[in-house]
Design a binder for this molecule. Structure first.
Ligand SMILES: [Zn+2]
Ligand SMILES: [Zn+2]
Length: 165
């Protein structure tokens, strides 16, 4: 299960937050979050990353260098619990007539980088840590190969693909 992999990597990255602050963090997938509209007291982090897709009709696979991942995160200070909701934007096959939107598969290495960056954002937003120079400009996570066809990208169809950090 994809979520299990994300959970175990995220668990490793947030272990220190538990040690330093006594807060426990968890991550879940939520396809209903609106990228630009986090709930009150929640923060957002939007990032593009390399991932692969497979069409469930014709089994064709394709890589994409820009797959949008949206994170909304929140720390409940009273309960010492942090929550991250992640939405991975989908793409559909360009060969099939009535292709459905497919979920991306990320390499563990890319999940590592994504979640590393996410935890930096969490430290900055929820703990007021100043990470200074670590913030470089936009660079998608992972390889920069693979086509990007807007007509087949859910994030493009919703007009947010280019808003990724
Ligand atoms: Zn197909
Ligand atoms: Zn797109």
């Amino acid at each position: 299960m994809a979520l299990e992999l994300w959970r175990s990597i995220f668990g490793g990255k947030t272990e220190e937050l538990e040690e330093e602050y006594g807060d426990s963090w968890r991550i879940e997938f939520d396809d209903s979050i609106e990228p630009e509209k986090p709930a009150q007291d929640w923060f957002k982090y939007i990032r593009g990353a390399f991932a692969r897709f497979q069409c469930s009709k014709c089994k064709k696979t394709w890589p994409s260098r820009r797959v949008l991942v949206v994170f909304h995160f929140h720390l409940n200070k009273r309960e010492k619990k942090g929550t991250v909701k992640a939405r991975r934007f989908q793409q559909k096959c360009r060969r099939c007539q009535e292709a459905k939107m497919e979920e991306p598969t990320f390499d563990p290495d890319n999940i590592e980088v994504l979640l590393e960056k996410l935890v930096e954002k969490i430290r900055f937003r929820c703990y007021r840590e100043n990470l200074g120079k670590n913030n470089r400009g936009f660079r998608p996570v992972g390889r920069s190969v693979g086509p990007h066809e807007s007509a087949h990208c859910e994030a493009c169809l919703r007009g947010i693909c280019r808003k990724a950090e």
